[in-house]
Design a protein around this ligand. Structure first.
Ligand SMILES: NC(=O)c1ccc[n+]([C@@H]2O[C@H](COP(=O)([O-])OP(=O)(O)OC[C@H]3O[C@@H](n4cnc5c(N)ncnc54)[C@H](OP(=O)(O)O)[C@@H]3O)[C@@H](O)[C@H]2O)c1
Length: 281
């Protein structure tokens, strides 16, 4: 029997699984829709009950795929969606959230993120998030693609300390956040949500991972995922449409890397030695 997926704690005290499911590129093509819906359903059945989406993905299409996948089981899930920076003003955030709720077929989003920083003052977006919370449309809010200095700025905004996560690019091939952003988040008790944890599939084909993966009877993608999951306070949200990928990703949560494995990974994919600007896709 599989062990349950480990959980991490948000600053608000709520816990959520450290392995979820991404949805970027879903909803783009009608021909892939049923595979996408059934992939998400399989993932949910396997305990990957955190689903990440955004109004941007397929211009709302990914949210409609999620709606179909979660029909009848909304209460078992933790739904994350994101507002575009161009919609992050007080009134546009409200409208964008309502539109996401309609597409998702739900009355609440569990965690609503600012997708990346734009020109709207942070204080205004946070005010809108807090108003959405008060109205019960969202339960929590967070940010995405925020570097360490952005997080400092957010902390100085009224209600900025209510942030629940920062979703950023993090995988074996892109380890810059280990220098400053990750320790900063840990010190604040803030989980980091790692997007593109298998580097959009690139790490699945990375030969540097083959020997280690073989020793574990695992694939390179699973080792890449296990690496991200080995970091305390990090949540990974791989996207997979193929059933075998969904199942492999779930199994990666049970893959334990030894200190020797981690040292080998450090040699193959060196951690940062100095500040690196946050990368984003
Ligand atoms: N906040 C942001 O700015 C931001 C940016 C990027 C992504 N995200 C979120 O993070 C999620 C994940 O990132 P991502 O989609 O960019 O990249 P990813 O999850 O690193 O990679 C997805 C790709 O890897 C393949 N894959 C997944 N599991 C695999 C496995 N076990 N073995 C081999 N290949 C595997 C998938 O194939 P199949 O689909 O064919 O199965 C897909 O092509 C997104 O879907 C989105 O929800 C957020």
């Amino acid at each position: 029997m599989m062990t349950p997926i480990a959980r991490t704690t948000l600053p608000c005290g709520e816990t959520l699984p450290v392995l979820g499911q991404g949805t970027w590129m879903m909803g783009e093509d009608q021909g892939s829709r049923s595979a996408e819906v059934s992939a998400l359903r399989t993932g949910i059945d396997l305990g990957m009950t955190l689903i990440d989406t955004a109004e941007m993905y397929a211009a709302g299409g990914a949210e409609t795929v999620v709606a179909e996948a979660i029909a009848g089981r909304r209460d078992d899930l933790f739904l994350v969606s994101k507002v575009l920076p161009s919609n992050a003003s007080r009134t546009a955030t409200m409208r964008a959230c309502e539109a996401s709720l309609r597409r998702l077929g739900t009355d609440r989003i569990d965690l609503y993120l600012l997708h990346w920083r734009g020109n709207i003052p942070l204080a205004e977006t946070v005010e809108a998030f807090e108003a959405l919370k008060a109205a019960g449309k969202i339960r929590h809010w967070g940010v995405s693609n925020f570097d360490a200095d952005d997080m400092d700025e957010l902390a100085g905004v009224p209600a900025g300390s209510a942030v629940q996560t920062n979703q950023v690019l993090y995988n074996l091939a892109t380890r810059g956040i280990e220098f400053d952003l990750l320790p900063q988040a840990r010190a604040a008790g803030l989980p980091i949500m790692a997007y593109s944890p298998v580097a959009q599939g690139d790490l699945a084909a990375d030969r540097r991972l083959s020997a280690l993966a073989e020793r574990h009877g695992a694939t390179a993608a699973q080792v890449a995922l296990a690496f991200v999951l080995s970091r305390p306070g990090v949540i990974a949200i791989p996207k997979a449409t193929q059933q075998r990928h969904v199942r492999a990703n779930r199994a990666a949560a049970d893959l334990v890397l030894s200190a020797a494995d981690l040292a080998e990974l450090d040699r193959l994919f060196p951690p940062p030695r100095r500040k690196m600007a946050l990368q984003m896709i």
